[in-house]
Write a new protein. Structure first.
Length: 490
């Protein structure tokens, strides 16, 4: 069994068969595309499934409870990246965890499709959350193994990888939204299961072409410690069950529970990495330099992820969805952002490639990203407090375009910088730390959604937008000291 990371093969630098990138990127691109098809296709349908009435095929939950569950679920997906990253770094290696996680995701979607009521929701969401967490952190880590740290194609490669994510995110809501309206919720969940199955089959045929480094176990767990870990895991499950039975964990407070859990996990994770004797002074400084980026990322995702909490309700009740006499399913609004990503990701990839070493540093990209995200929220203000159908679809599309520009400045760049700043012994787990920022922001988005009042929207959009702008300006003011901590990584 390989126990130490190997250097990326030199010939990888010259492999340009996939749009100027290494050919193995195609296999990861494919499985991630179908996973996002199933993930986003299911997630938007789930919002309506939870709060639509029984006569409409839903479960009839209060809207505040429904958005809290969605926020908590989204946060749990990214929280599960810790588990996926730990298993990769200590037990199986990134590539194997990616493969097994895809199987778990498919089973979760099957449960949503065939198990009725709350039982299907609980079983399905838990399996999808755990599987998606394992797949996300490790797909990103495997992409990172395709490049040397000095390869200037890295950010462009991650942008192309991000394009695959958004092709899936575009197609998923279109297919599942159509099926929800015309066949019912469970047919939509079934389509998500089929999509994941296609991705799993494609990846199964391409696994062998990935670099050997993707199967490396950087920090193997001693055999005698595995029983201890198993005991801790069992104890954690027992604690969760007890808290649920005691009423401490409920559907209406799930977002708060996830926020507290993720915040605690984040502090613990940074402490473990920084205190480790397996990292040197340069690696330790780079981890410290990642902390302000983490904070800004949380602020960004707490607004951005409201596309899955506030925006679905806004789209269903406030947006004029009439297109030449045809009523567009509100689910399809979720496909607007991926369209812009598909169009603009190539532009951003080409821009970063052309600029090369002259491109803005990562802290500058992060700062601009969260500022633009704040501006996007302020753009809701001209349409605030309107009635049903009062917001033109083109206006919402314009706001989502601004969301997209902000996303492209932060999200693929965040994935890339996590791999560049990662200590050798914590490679996958640093990627998981970036996803913890997404987890915390997503859970916060579910908690914030309870304060959204369609009859008085001005405070909600103006306060959140203003806070994001201030956070971004703060990071721009601190670019030099942050870069100094990052020790040569830009």
């Amino acid at each position: 069994m390989t126990t130490a990371p190997a250097s990326a093969p030199a010939e990888d630098d010259r492999d340009t068969r996939f749009f100027g990138q290494p050919w193995p990127l195609w296999h990861i691109f494919g499985v991630e595309m179908w996973e996002r098809f199933s993930f986003y296709g299911m997630q938007i349908v789930m919002v309506y499934y939870l709060y639509f009435s029984a006569s409409q095929g839903g479960l009839g939950m209060p809207e505040t409870t429904a958005v809290s569950i969605i926020g908590a679920y989204g946060g749990s997906v990214y929280l599960a990246t810790i588990l996926g990253a730990w298993v990769a770094d200590r037990l199986l290696g990134s590539e194997r965890v990616l493969f097994y996680s895809a199987i778990v995701i498919m089973v979760g979607h099957i449960a949503l499709a065939i198990v009725p009521g709350y039982a299907g929701v609980v079983i399905g969401l838990i399996l999808v959350a755990v599987g998606s967490g394992g797949l996300k952190a490790n797909a990103t880590s495997v992409v990172g193994t395709l490049y040397t740290p000095e390869d200037t194609r890295r950010d462009a490669g991650f942008s192309i990888f991000y394009l695959g994510i958004n092709i899936g995110a575009f197609l998923g809501p279109l297919v599942t939204g159509f099926l929800r309206v015309n066949a019912g919720f469970h047919w939509a969940f079934g389509a998500a299961a089929i999509g994941m199955a296609i991705g799993l089959i494609q990846y199964s045929f391409g696994r062998k072409e990935l670099p050997a480094e993707s199967r490396v176990i950087p920090n193997p767990l001693p055999a005698r410690a595995r029983w201890v870990v198993a005991g801790i895991a069992l104890a954690a499950v027992v604690v969760i069950v007890v808290l649920v039975l005691a009423g401490a964990i409920r559907a209406d407070n799930l977002s708060v529970v996830v926020i507290i859990t993720v915040a605690g996990a984040t502090i613990a994770y940074f402490a473990v990495i920084l205190a480790s004797g397996r990292i040197d002074a340069t690696e330790r400084s780079r981890v410290v330099g990642f902390i302000p980026l983490f904070v800004v990322s949380v602020a960004f995702w707490s607004l951005y992820q409201q596309q899955f909490t506030v925006v679905p309700i806004y789209a269903e009740r406030r947006v004029d969805l009439n297109l030449f006499g045809w009523q567009m399913p509100p689910d399809w609004v979720q496909s607007i952002n991926p369209v812009f990503i598909i169009i603009l990701s190539g532009v951003f990839a080409a821009l970063w490639t052309k600029l090369g070493a002259r491109q803005p540093s990562t802290p500058v990209k992060f700062g601009l990203g969260v500022i633009i995200m704040g501006i996007a929220f302020l753009l809701f203000l001209p349409f605030a407090n309107g009635g049903a159908g009062s917001t033109p679809l083109i206006a919402l599309a314009g706001i989502i375009l601004v969301f997209t520009v902000a996303e492209l400045l932060l999200s693929p760049v965040g994935l890339s910088v996590a791999t560049k700043l990662a200590p050798a012994a914590f490679h996958t787990q640093m990627v998981a730390l970036f996803f913890l920022s997404v987890s915390l922001g997503t859970a916060i988005s579910g908690w914030l959604a309870q304060f959204y009042d369609p009859d008085n929207e001005v405070p909600y959009f103006s306060i959140l937008g203003g806070i994001a702008i201030v956070v971004g300006l703060g990071l721009l003011a601190a670019v030099k000291p942050v870069l100094a901590l990052m020790r040569g990584v830009r």
